[in-house]
Design a protein around this ligand. Structure first.
Ligand SMILES: [Zn+2]
Length: 389
């Protein structure tokens, strides 16, 4: 067993008390001591220092037991603002989340990211405008997290590869940090969305939730015991690039016959264009409803491969919940229903009915919320005061 040093213990205790007030407040001093298993003196000192830096505040409430007014502690709602940003193919979404998890700002900008430098400049300008408009002070801001598709080294903020934007080896986190001066994190968008889904689900928390995204790409993410499962280099879940047929069609990742080439939107449209030029997935659905054989075949194949993807994720991760998300699921109810129907006979019998299968409950703000939550978590985990506690 490793012996923890004093500083580490101090930091851990401060984080623990703050976490309990955030998740379980209003809460009394005595109850904080009891739940953290600290001495009443230590708990009181930490509470005092949290009050001093205004991360929490006092409220006087009637105590249940004795019927007299007693002092309880709650988080100071606007003391900490965490900023989440989603970089999407045709949009930038920016959200400001307060300390109790409410989005106080959510903005959507139509923007097509092409050059990383220009995209970072655009995001910097938008965030600065919001800060000025909302009269937010720099001290309130805990940091920023950018979410985008691709292989992302979350610890360094380096984009190893984002095929959707054709970005390779881009130090995106560093670039934004230099411009804006706040701490910046970068992560894979589906992992962030899965975290938001897990945290904001009002139903009792389960242990292992897998999210599968079907849209401009195909991906999966696992949240286990409240944390994102990352693997060694943060690319766990990249199921869209598992190879189904090495003699299949070219995938922008450099390989051939990746799973996503059978399901993702742009590949379905490219396949359709061999027969008829169509603009979007809705047109493909209409053609299949008009009994056009070629359109029926493309959709049948995509739906079968999507159900197979769900089967494979269940076999690999053994989750208790599988949540489907992504534009194909969220924008086209016909496709969603057909995938769910297909699962009935595509999921391996022994694992069938071992998990709940549902669609995402987070809305368009899912990635932004997950990004802001991860900033706040980092803030809480790393909080430390100089004051002796
Ligand atoms: Zn690929």
């Amino acid at each position: 067993m490793k012996i923890k040093n004093q500083d580490f213990l101090k930091k851990e205790n401060q984080s623990l008390v703050l976490e309990i007030i955030l998740n379980q407040g209003p809460i009394s001093r005595a109850e904080i001591a009891k739940r953290t298993m600290m001495s009443p003196t230590s708990a009181s000192r930490i509470v005092a220092s949290l009050l001093e830096v205004e991360l929490i505040r006092e409220v006087n409430l009637i105590s249940d037991g004795i019927g007299r007014k007693a002092t309880y502690f709650v988080p100071n709602e606007n003391s900490v603002i965490s900023i989440g940003v989603e970089i999407d193919q045709n949009a930038i979404r920016i959200g400001f989340m307060n300390f109790v998890g409410n989005l106080v700002v959510l903005e959507h900008f139509n923007y097509q990211p092409v050059d990383p430098g220009e995209t970072i400049q655009y995001i910097t300008n938008k965030i600065r405008n919001i800060i000025n408009r909302e009269n937010i002070t720099f001290e309130q801001i805990a940091g920023i997290c950018l979410g985008l598709p691709g292989l992302i080294q979350n610890e360094t903020g380096m984009i190893k590869l984002s095929a959707q934007f054709n970005w390779k080896q881009v130090p995106l986190g560093e670039m934004l940090e230099e411009k804006i001066g706040f701490q910046v994190f970068v992560d894979n968008e589906l992992k962030l969305k899965a975290l938001a889904e897990y945290i904001t689900n009002p139903e009792p928390e389960k242990e292992n939730m897998a999210m599968i995204g079907f849209g401009s790409g195909v991906g999966s993410a696992l949240v286990t015991k409240g944390d994102i499962y990352r693997g060694e280099g943060n690319f766990s879940g990249e199921i869209g690039h598992t190879i189904v047929d090495p003699y299949g069609i070219y995938c922008p990742c450099g390989n051939f016959g990746c799973l996503q080439t059978y399901i993702a939107e742009k590949f379905l449209l490219a396949e359709a264009s061999k027969t008829k030029s169509i603009e979007n997935i809705q047109e493909l659905i209409s053609e299949s409803e008009n009994k056009e054989k070629w359109a029926i075949n493309i959709l049948d194949k995509a739906i079968t491969y999507a159900a197979i993807t769900i089967n494979n994720v269940v076999c690999v991760y053994n989750p208790d919940t599988v949540v489907l998300s992504g534009s194909l699921i969220e924008n086209y109810p016909v496709i969603k229903e057909r995938i769910l129907e297909k699962c009935k006979n595509q999921i391996w019998t022994p694992v069938n009915n071992t998990f709940e299968l549902r669609t995402t409950k987070t809305g368009v703000e899912g990635v932004v919320v997950g990004a802001a939550i991860s900033v706040q978590r980092h803030f809480i985990k790393n909080i430390q005061f100089n004051r002796e506690v």
